[in-house]
Design a protein around this ligand. Structure first.
Ligand SMILES: [Zn+2]
Length: 411
């Protein structure tokens, strides 16, 4: 640098002074609130926002199972989205023991092939696969060992449609490989079982020690420490891009965060995009434990758990809290929504909200119904793609929960 290029000290102070003001003032104090709240303040903006995020989080990324690079990428996008209007965004990290199916064959019965989906966390077959006699077993089917009639593999039926990841709940006692099959294949399999046809299949699993788990947590500090927690899981199972289960609900949650960031809230609002919901809620459990360790779990007064808000325009509210259900009923009337919410006596502390039970908060778990023919058959399937998300359901869920958050914030 030549002498002539030196900035006089007085000028330098002015410069850095202005810079400091910009950093402290513009970046952190003024820029945020003036921008916040307007990001999704019309139905048109919300639709554009939803479509853009469905492309990024569903179409471009594909399946994002817990512990995968795809999940970490999706979590990064959600982190950035939260940062657009929330002042406090962080990752809540943990490790978990992951197990995933990596290779499997169709079920072959009497020379005929049937599509299957292995259990998400389960047992593989020996490398050469298993072979035996097909039989009816419990609510599903099994392959039995020819000699000792032991169950070599179990098959659960998806009542909604084609094969989804199998589940063995209560049907078998031992650690046998489990697969899902589609309901359309049941008649043929039943005939095959009557005729004691031979069946074979194989599956291979991989165990991942200390797989990375990653919740994304955004917060809007309120006037009080009393807190409303909204949670929606971002992970999918191994074979689906998970548009309706549960990425669209995460997008609804992000829009609620943007909207609330433009208001002066009494309650502190916390938004959690949780990981590992499909791995028995390990992400939600970890975050609840983080809050217990910080001695702040008791601040939580409301827990709203969103899982699959876009199966139809009729929200399905699971809660034992009559007051919350009444409030949602009134909101539907006040907003003149032409939908028929379902109010269930099921516990609001279920799945991802279960770990927060000891907070003593008021809780609901929201799902939805109404476009069952279109949306339920794609559940946990490769075709749960962005185009399967009914955009009217996104808008209805946004309107109802935006209003609910406003009303409970006044309580
Ligand atoms: Zn789900």
């Amino acid at each position: 640098m030549t002498k002539g290029n030196k900035i006089p000290r007085s000028e330098f102070i002015k410069c850095t002074g202005a810079l400091t003001f910009m950093l402290l003032g513009t970046e952190w104090v003024f820029a945020l609130p003036s921008f916040a709240g307007t990001l999704v303040d019309t139905a048109q903006k919300r639709q554009a926002y939803t479509l853009q995020l469905l492309k990024k989080l569903v179409t471009d990324i594909g399946p994002k199972p817990s512990g995968s690079k795809a999940y970490a990428k999706a979590a990064g996008i959600v982190f950035q989205e939260m940062q657009r209007s929330l002042s406090e965004v962080s990752y809540d990290r943990y490790e978990f023991e992951k197990q995933e199916p990596i290779k499997w064959t169709n079920l072959v019965v009497g020379g005929q092939q049937f599509e299957v989906a292995p259990q998400k966390r389960g047992f593989g077959t020996p490398a050469q696969g298993v072979e035996g006699i097909l039989t009816k077993h419990g609510n599903g089917f099994a392959i039995l060992n020819d000699q000792n009639k032991e169950v070599l593999a179990y098959f659960s039926v998806n009542q909604y449609g084609k094969a989804i990841a199998g589940s063995a709940s209560g049907e078998i006692e031992r650690s046998v490989p489990v697969f899902g099959i589609g309901k359309q294949d049941v008649p043929l399999l039943e005939r095959s079982a009557v005729n004691q046809l031979r069946a074979s299949i194989s599956a291979e699993y991989r165990a991942l020690h200390k797989a990375p788990g990653l919740n994304v947590v955004g917060q809007i500090p309120g006037k009080s420490k009393k807190e409303i927690l909204i949670i929606a899981h971002l992970d999918t199972i191994y074979n689906t891009p998970g548009a309706n289960d549960n990425t669209a609900s995460v997008i609804v949650m992000l829009m609620l965060a943007h909207a609330a960031s433009g208001r002066n809230n009494n309650h502190t609002l916390t938004f959690v995009a949780s990981d590992s919901e499909e791995y028995v809620y390990e992400g939600a459990y970890h975050y609840a434990n983080t809050r217990i360790a910080n001695n702040t779990l008791g601040n939580i007064r409301y827990v709203l758990n969103f899982d699959s808000l876009t199966y139809g325009p009729n929200l399905w509210i699971n809660s034992k809290d009559q007051g919350l259900k009444d409030m949602i009923r009134t909101i539907h009337q006040d907003l003149k929504l032409q939908t028929t919410p379902i109010y269930s006596e099921n516990d609001g502390f279920v799945m991802d909200s279960l770990p927060f039970r000891s907070s003593g908060a008021r809780a609901l778990h929201a799902n939805s119904r109404g476009y069952d023919e279109k949306t339920l058959p794609v559940y946990h399937r490769p075709d749960d793609t962005a185009d399967k998300v009914p955009l009217d359901c996104v808008e209805i869920a946004f309107q109802v929960f935006d209003e609910l958050i406003r009303r409970i914030d006044r309580e």
